[in-house]
Structure formats: C-alpha cells, structure tokens
Write a protein that binds this ligand. Structure first.
Ligand code: ZN
Length: 241
C-alpha cells in the first residue's frame, strides 16, 4: 500500500482538491493535522478529509478551533482566523475533530503534528530533531507544523543529517538509519516555494517522494478577502512564507 502524507491543509479547499485528485482508490491517506485555521473553507476541507483519511492526528489549530486550547500562543492573524473558523464550522466537524488523538503509532512510523511527546513543538534544527528521535523509537517520524518540507536522518553513530526538500525530490530509506520527515503544507507553504507540498510514502519500496504542485492561489486569496479573514492569510500564500 502506498500512502500520501499531508499536513497543514488550513482550510485551503483549492489545494486540497487538487491533492486528493492525485490519489488512487487503493492509496492510503495520512493526515498530520491543522486541517483548519487561516483559510476560508474549514467545513469543506474537514468533510473531504473525514471521508478519505486512513488516519489523522490533531494539530494546534484544530484543538484551538475545538475549545480555544493554546490560542494564547497564536499571533493576531491566526487568532482572528480561529475565531472566524469557530463561527462557521459545523457541530459534526467539531465532534469529529474532538475524537482524534495527538499521535498514531504504527510499527514502522509515528504520526504527530509537531514532534513526538511535545506534540506542538516546532522542530527547527538538528537539536530539535535529536530530541524527537530520543522521544520515540519509531524508525520513521512524520511531522508538519512548520510548513517546511525537509527531512532529518539519524545514523547509528548518533550523527544527524538534514536536507531541505523545497523543490520536491526522492528519499530512499536506509534500513540502518532513522528518519524524521516534514511533509510541508498543503494549504500554506512557508519554505519560499508557494507551490503546495505533501509526500508519497511507499513502505515496500522504502521510498519517500516529496511532491510540489500548483493550485489556483488567487482564487483562495479572493475567498480569504471575501470572508474578511486577515490580509496576511492571503498575502503569504503568494510568496510561500
Ligand atoms: Zn499549521
């Protein structure tokens, strides 16, 4: 079975729709959270993810939408967008989000939004990645949260290698190493490439493919303005940061 791994959809329906069209019926879909927040289509995005996801975990914007958890750490634009989201999101979608957990562990991988154990920690460097590897024994850790497509590789001698994957590319998983893979963001990329990001994970082939794809950014920006969401939520889509 092949899996698409997505994160940080952030109510961006145009991007999510294009991503989902890449899936075959037999493909699994793993979601790392932050389905809502920032963007103009929270219900449509949660409906699609509810229907299609094999496994999903909660992101910080999801739990903020449920009950304001952590909203004091949000910047003004994120907070305004969560208040707007709370005003439009359906009871059914909130109930579905509320039943998700913060982590899902399979024998071969771990799904968390930000980091193992400290679920909403931002892994920004090798030190952060080292803490993450210490906090789980999973051979492969999938994260999102920073909206930056990249990976860290831990070798048996304790050394950690790092690579940005902002233009996509392949990673072959060496059985002797462990990996932390940040899948980037479907709905609000921040690694200076405005194209949306996700990864394909093929456990049999031990392969990860980082994918970037175009979506109609201006259509989303228009909806953000029409909804009177903060301008920043629209402008950053155009520059990918
Ligand atoms: Zn996010």
């Amino acid at each position: 079975m092949r899996y698409a791994v997505v994160s940080d959809v952030h109510s961006n329906l145009e991007s999510l729709t294009i991503m989902l069209a890449k899936l075959d019926q037999a493909d699994g879909l793993l979601c790392l959270g932050d389905m809502v927040g920032y963007g103009p289509n929270p219900n449509e995005c949660v409906d699609l993810l509810r229907a299609r996801c094999t496994s999903s975990v909660l992101g910080n914007h999801d739990v903020a939408a449920i009950d304001n958890f952590g909203v004091e750490y949000f910047n003004a634009a994120a907070r305004a967008a969560i208040e707007w989201t709370q005003g439009v999101i359906s009871k059914e979608n909130i109930e579905w989000l509320n039943e998700l957990s913060y982590e899902i562990r399979a024998p071969e991988y771990l799904l968390v939004h930000g980091a193992p154990v400290n679920y909403f920690e931002y892994i920004l460097d090798k030190r952060g990645a080292g803490r993450a590897f210490q906090n789980t024994d999973a051979p492969l850790i999938f994260v999102g949260h920073t909206h930056i497509a990249e990976y860290y590789r831990l070798d048996p001698d304790g050394s950690i290698a790092h690579a940005h994957m902002q233009n996509g590319g392949m990673l072959t998983l060496d059985p002797g190493a462990r990996y932390l893979v940040n899948v980037g963001s479907v709905g609000q990329p921040r690694d200076l490439n405005p194209e949306a990001s996700f990864v394909w994970y093929d456990p049999q082939a031990r392969a990860i493919e980082f994918v970037r794809y175009e979506y109609p950014i201006s259509a989303v920006q228009e909806k953000i303005h029409e909804a009177h969401l903060p301008d920043l939520c629209a402008s950053r889509l155009g520059i990918g940061r």
